[in-house]
Design a protein around this ligand. Structure first.
Ligand code: GDP
Length: 459
């Protein structure tokens, strides 16, 4: 019986595929933190399949290192490796396609890529040997035309980028806390806001009769009072901020003392949440406490959606009323215009479910890799600004021309980008704001903060 057929455990398998010497063994060692593979710079030294378990953020998968998969190879030994790889692929749940980020993309790399694509498995391309900023940027450019949504520069040697790689893989493979049921990723959501703005009324609507309340058992609930709901095939955990559940059980609780029963304070729930829903009252002017909450969310770099509740109390609405409100909020809160604002009425059940749509959108954006072509476009747009405008955003030392070499995405959740500019001091803060706008105009990342890091030279 061949090794691939011996897989008899509950963990999903992930396969490392790539041509010889792309660094698969080193990556395998790095990911499994074992030293089972024999690592050597001489080609074709790893002959046997290597297997190891990888544990990452509460999930476990089995990683299999195949020999170099070179579809054009005629060597019978290589043919054997190919057969082995093909058999292993049949059992795999995902593939890490490893390429050598330091070398040119060879025709057989593309051939393998296209062959893999036909397998209909989640594939994450790993641009290995991206040991430095320069290689990282070069590798992204070299492999930009490969047909994969995710290509992650990483260095098996020094470990950079491997966390992102593991995030991508564990997102792609089914979770294994329980072998029979593969629970979907749970989004943790906190509803926060001043007392009486309608949090528990909204909460009641959100968990209303038409919602399935999911048993917390197969999922990871952090607090027995949290409420899991399923919506559009997604699982959302409403964190029990300030005892919302207890309030809601009692109907519309307006008794402030109930607030004191809060199982978790606002700050703690914010910390635990993937997405925060900040509720305010539409009919009231913004108060200092609302501003303080927004500042806190921004300081903590939290993704959030603003909900202006009690919309039914706004008289004489016209088609422009919503826009006027949005402008008012953007002006007073000084939050970026990508933050979604939803006008709800818990009493009339108006747009309440849009809150869930926004949460899901935000959650997905937190994990979204932007196609490199769009980033190249954003950078190109900056480079081609009219001279006057360019002067304003580009340089604190106008005599020295500013070079913007490349822009790549280096991470998700948090979403991070890296701008390579040989003279970073020439980059004025206005340029960074402009760059963020350019990125968001191509991919909005609604409600999600982003980091753009400027690097000047090779690390
Ligand atoms: P919480 O303290 O933020 O949880 O607020 P509650 O949900 O307890 O609501 C406070 C009061 O506002 C209650 O009397 C609710 O009936 C009322 N309320 C909540 N949502 C709305 C709404 O959309 N429109 C109106 N008119 N009243 C609301």
């Amino acid at each position: 019986m061949n090794q691939a057929q011996q897989v008899r455990h509950k963990y999903p398998t992930v396969i490392l595929i790539g041509r010889t010497n792309a660094g698969k063994s080193t990556l395998f060692n790095r990911l499994t933190e074992s030293s089972r593979a024999i690592v050597t710079p001489i080609e074709n030294t790893t002959r046997d399949q290597n297997r190891g378990l990888v544990h990452w953020k509460g999930k476990t998968f089995e990683l299999i290192d195949t020999g170099g998969l070179d579809l054009t190879a005629l060597d019978p030994l290589d043919q054997d490796i190919q057969d082995q790889a093909q058999r292993a692929l049949k059992l795999a749940k995902a593939v890490i396609f490893v390429v050598d980020g330091k070398s040119e993309a060879l025709p057989q790399d593309m051939e393998t890529a296209l062959w893999l694509k036909r397998m209909k498995l989640p594939i994450v391309m790993c641009l290995n040997k991206s040991d430095s900023v320069k290689v990282r940027h070069g590798a992204i450019a070299t492999y930009a035309h490969f047909p994969f949504e995710q290509s992650i520069p990483c260095s098996a040697k020094n470990g950079s980028g491997t966390a992102e790689l593991l995030d991508a893989i564990t997102d792609a493979v089914p979770a294994v806390e329980s072998p029979e049921v593969a629970p979907k990723a749970t989004m943790h959501v906190a509803l926060i806001g001043q007392p009486n703005v309608g949090k528990s009324s909204l909460f009641n609507r959100l968990i209303g009769e038409d919602r399935v309340i999911v048993s917390p058992l197969p999922h990871t609930t952090r607090d027995p009072n949290d409420t899991m709901i399923e919506y559009n095939d997604r699982v959302i955990n409403l964190i029990d901020t300030a005892g919302l559940r207890r309030q809601s059980r009692m109907g519309h609780g307006t008794d402030k003392t109930i607030e004191l029963l809060s199982t978790r304070g606002t700050k703690e729930s914010i910390r635990e949440a993937d997405v925060v829903v900040l509720v305010i009252e539409a009919q009231r002017k913004i108060v200092h406490q609302d501003k303080a909450l927004i500042s806190y969310l921004q300081k903590e770099r939290k993704s959030f959606v603003l909900v202006a509740n009690k919309w039914d109390l706004i008289p004489d609405k016209t088609p422009t009323t919503i826009n006027d409100f949005i402008k008012y909020y953007q002006y007073h809160f000084e939050f970026a215009d990508h933050v979604p604002v939803i006008f709800t009425s818990a009493v009339d059940n108006q747009r309440v479910m849009s809150i869930l749509d926004a949460i899901i959108e935000i959650y997905d954006y937190q994990r979204h890799w932007m196609p490199q072509a769009l980033l190249d476009e954003a950078l190109q747009h900056l480079r081609s600004l009219a001279p006057r405008e360019r002067r304003r955003v580009q340089s604190v030392q106008p005599k020295r021309p500013l070079v913007l070499s490349s822009l790549i995405q280096t991470g998700i959740n948090p979403v991070r980008f890296e701008l390579l500019a040989p003279r970073p001091k020439n980059v004025a803060p206005a340029l960074m704001n402009r760059l963020e706008k350019m990125i968001r105009s191509r991919c909005p990342y609604s409600g999600v903060p982003m980091y753009i890091n400027i690097v000047g030279r090779e690390k």
